[in-house]
Ligand binder design. Structure first.
Ligand SMILES: [Zn+2]
Length: 262
């Protein structure tokens, strides 16, 4: 049964990834994500359904437009594949759980926001709010069906705590921490809080660890200086994903080595 859920989630992820490509491309330009149909940026030809199959079409077309042979960026199939893999991992972690839809939507939002932040240094409200509201609504449904009052309470607390902490950091250093990061931290705190409140700490802590590792590496090997802008959204998203997937193991290790009362 678990294999089936993981498989279905993987295929669903490929399709959702295809939609995320549209979101990533259009939202920063202020364009609609529902219409018109996708077209080749080179020749403007509408992309036929058979050329719009996630990953497969890109391979079949050998990364070129069918009409004008303009190269198609590898980023499209990579976003699709990443979304498929993350959906499969989240499904493997949660199993057939009422909260699974909430966490798939949450993961999709994190992927779109990470790529947009890398492109534009912005985390658009038009993506953050739909991620927040649909994740919250799906968690409410899961909480109502399973009567999980603890989950809902910890989700609310997690969202609030993360938001307040990041708001304080933003207040102290508005240039270092944008308000988009503050909003996103609230969404992440809510989702991780649903699993268990300590995971919120793990996720946010991992975000800073990853940002530090990558930031220092970029300065040492990438010729970047301290003044270069590095978007924080992808680190928040990666920290949250890691906390969701392996955070319970991180907490176990922490308890084993830092609490000697067992
Ligand atoms: Zn074309």
């Amino acid at each position: 049964m678990l294999a089936f859920v993981v498989g279905v989630s993987f295929v669903l992820g490929l399709l959702v990834g295809s939609f995320l490509n549209v979101v990533i491309h259009r939202v920063p330009r202020g364009e609609s994500v529902v219409s018109p149909r996708s077209a080749c940026p080179g020749c403007g030809t509408e992309i036929a359904s058979r050329d719009n199959v996630p990953v497969v079409s890109w391979l079949a077309l050998r990364a070129r437009c069918r009409s004008c042979s303009e190269p198609i960026s590898a980023r499209y199939p990579l976003v699709e594949l990443l979304t498929g893999v993350i959906f499969a991992l989240v499904a493997a972690r949660l199993g057939l759980d009422w909260a699974l839809p909430a966490f798939l939507v949450f993961s999709a939002g994190l992927i779109a926001l990470s790529v947009i932040d890398l492109d534009t240094y912005l985390l658009p409200k038009k993506v953050v709010y739909p991620t927040l509201f649909s994740t919250a609504a799906l968690l409410l449904v899961a909480g109502a069906v399973t009567r999980d009052v603890r989950g809902l309470a910890e989700a609310a607390a997690g969202g609030l705590i993360a938001f307040v902490i990041f708001y304080a950091i933003h207040f102290a250093s508005p240039k270092g921490m944008g308000f988009g990061d503050v909003r996103l931290s609230g969404v992440i705190g809510m989702a991780l809080g649903w699993i268990e409140l300590p995971l919120v700490g793990v996720g946010l802590f991992l975000a800073f660890v990853l940002a530090t590792i990558v930031g220092v590496s970029l300065m040492v090997f990438g010729g970047k200086s301290r003044k270069d802008k590095v978007p924080f959204g992808p680190f928040l998203a990666s920290g949250a994903m890691l906390a969701l997937l392996v955070g319970d193991k991180v907490l176990e290790l922490y308890e084993r080595y830092f609490y000697f009362n067992g």
